[in-house]
Design a protein around this ligand. Structure first.
Ligand code: NDP
Length: 437
């Protein structure tokens, strides 16, 4: 707090991890002797830079660009790039910190990093996006590489942006390697990567529900967001027989208490993924869908399960209370840190099935890890092969959470503690084995 007083999101993420690993930390005096927590709380390095680019009218704009290389004890830095007006150093530091433990949970050899810019892609033409991506990589390319730091997508960065960044990286570095993941299928991308975070979250949810013998069929699920993670979550939920009762974007939410039809979900998928439309347009097209401008969905529709999949701190203590009052049995986070500390406290006190993002949404980076493996072998695996591996990685993450998070003398699994302790232990052991660096 003394070192980073102006970084609330970063402090929030650190506090959650530090609180839940306290017991194991105290069990091993060597952790304290090595001052491991402090070493882990200061990123290895941070690059920040100006990104100047020219819009279609010839006007010059300047944005901030960042890359946080947080920790590479278990593999090259790995984590997405976010383009959104709200991006700042605190947000990227929290994401890179979380990423380190999440990547450790996947069991694949990946360290933690994150990057991005306060550039907003909304309303920009294709050529403006391309020029921005090229200007961003012109500055960053020297700091990344297939065995150094491997970026991917995140909010505002999908296949199109990764393509432009990869293309420019390839030109500058004069090499064709797997330096980015989330690439197009024609140039080294992996099948199932676009689906992986949303599908992975559903697989994690199934593992959680199984611990209480609950069937997902017919369950009502409130989802937030309508981007990559949210839309593939709704696809898998529909396939599993669940009903999606809400979605949202930064303008507001749409709800339908009896569940959207498949046609409506397909429309939303196309609207958001291909046309970059607004969620309000769904209610304009379908009169049985209600639009709530400026609202988040949680208080407005009854659900059995909530899957926040938009952004950080989008579900606060009051939202959590409303969900619990309406009988929610599980919350599985697609977004990173969507629940505030007050909300998490309520979920844990109510002993519902609550999975933090670093466990539940790890499927995305896991398949990114599989993309890296395919790139270095110069092979590509079938969709079934990747999907099977994703299922088994999510099952394994669930088992690790159970191992470290099961409360003594009860059946309750504290997934926050489980994920943090499991993720931390591996990174800690690797750091100690490699000496003080
Ligand atoms: P997208 O850009 O595809 O979608 C983001 C969605 O969230 C959009 O619907 C967007 O609305 C909404 N949103 C963004 N910012 C806000 C805000 N401040 N308030 C309300 N709504 C907002 O991103 P992703 O789907 O990739 O990412 C969503 C979340 O999942 C993020 O937390 C990300 O870090 C996390 N995540 C993503 C992974 C991936 O593989 N993509 C992997 C693991 C985690 P609008 O269209 O109006 O901007």
């Amino acid at each position: 707090r003394r070192r980073f007083p102006n970084e609330p999101e970063y402090l929030q993420a650190v506090e959650e991890v530090v609180t839940s690993i306290e017991d194991v930390y105290n069990e091993y005096p060597s952790f304290e002797a090595e001052n491991l927590i402090e070493r882990l709380c200061i990123p290895d390095r941070i690059f920040s830079f100006r990104v100047s680019w020219v819009d279609d009218k010839g006007k010059v704009h300047n944005n901030m660009g960042y890359r946080i290389q947080h920790n590479n004890a278990i593999g090259p830095y790995k984590g997405g790039i976010r383009f959104h007006a709200s991006v700042n150093q605190s947000i990227l530091k929290f994401l890179a910190f979380e990423q380190t433990f999440k990547n450790s949970l996947t069991t694949l050899p990946m360290g933690g990093g994150k990057g991005g810019s306060d550039f907003s892609p909304r309303g920009k033409s294709d050529m403006e996006i391309m020029r921005f991506c090229q200007a961003f990589i012109a500055e960053l390319w020297r700091q990344i590489g297939p065995d150094t730091d491997v970026p991917a997508g995140d909010i505002g960065v999908g296949g199109r942006e990764v393509g432009y960044m990869f293309g420019y990286y390839k030109k500058m570095a004069r090499e064709f390697t797997g330096t980015f993941t989330g690439k197009g299928l024609d140039f080294g991308g992996s099948l199932i990567r676009p689906e992986a975070t949303g599908y992975g979250n559903c697989y994690f949810l199934l593992n959680m529900l199984a611990t209480r013998g609950i069937d997902i069929k017919g369950k009502k699920v409130a989802v937030s967001g309508s981007g990559n993670v949210a839309t593939y979550t709704t696809r898998k939920l529909t396939e599993l027989g669940a009903k999606v009762v809400s979605m949202s974007d930064s303008g507001g939410s749409i709800i339908k208490p009896e569940g959207f039809s498949e046609e409506q979900l397909d429309y939303i998928f196309e609207l958001k993924n291909y046309y970059r439309g607004r969620i309000s347009e769904v209610a304009e097209k379908y009169p049985d869908v209600q639009y709530l401008p400026g609202e988040r969905p949680w208080k407005h529709v009854k659900c059995d399960i909530a899957m926040p999949s938009a952004t950080q701190n989008e579900l606060d203590g009051d939202d959590a209370q409303a969900l619990l009052d309406n009988g929610v049995i599980a919350v599985s986070e697609g977004a990173n840190m969507p629940s505030t500390p007050e909300a998490i406290k309520k979920f844990l006190a109510a002993k519902i099935l609550y999975a933090p993002g670093k466990a539940a949404n790890a499927g995305g980076v896991a398949v990114s890890g599989l993309e890296m493996a395919q790139n270095s072998q110069k092979l590509s695996w079938s969709a079934e092969e990747v999907d099977d591996k994703l299922k088994s990685i999510m099952k394994n993450i669930h088992e690790q959470c159970e191992k470290y998070g099961k409360e003594e003398g009860s059946d309750f699994i504290n997934y926050v503690k489980g994920a943090n302790v499991a993720g931390f232990m591996k990174v800690a052991r690797a750091m100690m084995a490699q000496g003080v660096l």
